[in-house]
Design a protein around this ligand. Sequence first.
Ligand code: BGC
Length: 894
Amino acid sequence: MILTLFCGLAPTFALQGVCHGKVHRGPRGESPAPHARNHTHDVADQPDIEIVGEVAEESEIFDNVKRTLPDFVVTALDCPGERPLICDALLREHPEVRVIAVAQADNYVVYYWASLDTAKRTEDLHLPEVLRHFQHNSGQNNVMIGPLRDGLTGVILLNSAKIIRMSVGFFAAVVLFLVTVVSVFERGHLLALAQGQSVDRPWMDKALSPDRRADLVLQELTLDEKISLLHGNGMPGWPREVPGANPYLGNGGAGFVLGVPRLGIPIIQMSDAAYGVRAGAENGRYSTALPSNVASAASWDAQAACAYGGLIGRELRAQGYNMTLGGGVNITREPRNGRTFEYMGEDPILAGTLVGNRIKCEQGQHVIGDIKHYALNDQESGRNEVNAIISKRAMRESDLLAFQIGIEVGDPAAVMCSYNAVNGDYACENKYLLTDVLKKDWNFKGFVVSDWGGTHSTEKASAAGLDNEEPLDDFLGPKLKEAVQAGRVSKAELDDHAHRVLRSEFASGIVDNPVKKSVVDVEGGLEISRHMAEQSVVLLKNEQGILPLDHAKLRSIAVIGPNANTSMISGGGSAQVDPPGRGAPYWKEHVWFPTSPMKAIAAKAPGATVEFDSGSDPASAAALARKSDVAVVFVYQWTSEDFDLPSLSLPDNQDAIIQQVAAANPRTIVVLETGSAVTMPWLNQVSGVLEAWYAGSKGADAVANILFGDVNPSAKLPMTFPRSEADLPHAKLLTPPAGRRTDESKPSFEVHYDEGLKVGYKWYDAENKPVLFPFGYGLSYTTFSYSGLKVTTGSETTVSFTVKNTGNRAGAEIAEVYAALPAGAGEPPKRLVGWDKVHLNSGESKEISVPVKALYLSVYDESSDSWKLAPGSYTFMAGGSSQKLPLVEKVNLK
Ligand code: BGC
């Protein structure tokens, strides 16, 4: 009777498998009443329950079960084996028989909870041994045996094919459970179960807020469990492993944070994923390489950023990860920074908006999102010992503004603090950055994770707001525990850290949507990567209409440059995506992706002779160019984490290759594969220049599509290309002092960012320095005109104008809006405040409206620690580049 009640009241609960076997569902998913079950039993001779064990049919339990479950077909199966109770042979023959842990119970049939009292009897039945045996023989590692809570023992037994196969002894335990548990359930509990909730795990109720769910878990945690959420457990290749953390629990990524399996809290498996998921090769996995992050910023396209993040999120999960370490947004203060390709350019509003959209869609796939490296990690030279000195106003309006916008748009569950120090304190123990700005001012609810090895203290870091140390436990492991026990770190502070980690797990959906490994959608990924690259390639120069190439008129094409016959370069360091067809690269290896410019070009011009020269001998390359109708020269600049460029010149004598080829044939087009800006001493000699960045898995096809006009380029530079390093705010990049560093607890040298607000184009504007190519610049195969600027003010400012396609092919224009603030505001001449990307057919025009947030027009006031709108006259400008703004209107604000 009790059992019938249980089945009837729990139609959506997993026990329905026991109650109804192969259930025929009603229109709203209700199960039929138990007594109807015999009629729905479509495999007449297939039992619902097999009692497995020697002499099972004669046993008392067999009779008991049949009596207790009259609606079920119960048979006994003699097991050809010896006790103990689970039969090895049977398990081998029936791999569908599984035992899983409570934490992963999405496919269970029987929940087993024994009370303290029953547990004693359970012990008599040797249940733990039975399950251990079962686990061993079935090869299922995810059996959990152990206390769920004090006095409760929990296991789940399931059979996905509906039949419970179990030993006599084990079944006896289940019957005990039914009698014991059902008798203590109250009606309310049963109703909760019927609604799919777990009474004993109220934090699994998706209707509750992530904060509430985190609090409910927190109440259950021991001190050790809390601490275990606050640090990593080692990383392959990292000097040591955390004692007792079981390295096999990792997924081969950058590290992992232990879960709390008894409460259903999963392990956080982290992977780098700047432009694709890292470490494919050593783990035997495949990842799509997207164009580098700075390339994606050249699309100025929030939807494309979303597709970018969505792809990475899917591939992370397919590979068994539930946290990304992508999301780099340090603005390009120093273009020689080796990680410029991992970031989103020099403007905080553009970079923040795009990284935010990327993170939003990455997290939409149920991974913990991350934004990094917070903050002012603007050079790699001495990154662990440099102290960036900068005013509050300058950092709030430049580097920090990119993070602020990224966090507002993308709501990442994690922020990675950086290696460097800012105004004296390391970023990962910097109270101003982590608590005052991030957690208080921006109301960030997620957790702060240190960059790998970027933690320098226990109490200072904890108090400043660091929540999770990676990849080890040097400071937030045993030392933190000791500090809590000694009262030097308060319980409230500890709980806040643990709460933030748990909250992020619920908010990102990794608890409700456990990762299941799957096969990456290779074709789908390549398609996205190619499309993204087509939107990222910037056409910098196109003279005498050399582009697009007309295949009908070309008889011979010279393809010149290192590896231009086989592949294109990619960005290195922890961002590195491993190309298919080879093993794991070593640290800072130059990695070329198998996307062949030569093949892609040949495919576009089947009637032409396409010949290759590597350029290793510029004279030979020039000879090939001389006899060809056109020469396409692919040149590269390799960059990576952990070092900065010595200069912005192309390396390896590549300027000479271009110069000699162009001298032999002025119909020369240069395709740049670079991570940052380059200088171009040959610019006046060549007819065309394309900036292809690190173009990803399908880079060559994207470039060929643009060269031959199948795609009309639309990208615009997200960073200035200066004429020379001498024009940079810091002509010489500072490096750490020579000699061994003796005290790692303090930074060893300072970089003074006294250019302040004048980052990127703001610097060149203010200093009146001419540039090679300005921020926001990029050509199309068509032309656009701008007219009719209107500025409306009110709670939000809106800038409207008309863009017309005045050329003869369809194209997309990124229309940019800048504002010059009132003279007294003390700002650089202008700042980007908005943009729109408009697709227009030949002759078509559209009026577009660009909303401008008050924040984007504001100034950070240090005395009141707040943003202020300076009253006075604002000049709004619109056009196709930061230096081509035909529309101008002045308005007074306030
Ligand atoms: C990098 C991070 C990266 C981490 C884990 C660090 O060296 O600075 O960007 O996420 O390693 O690989």
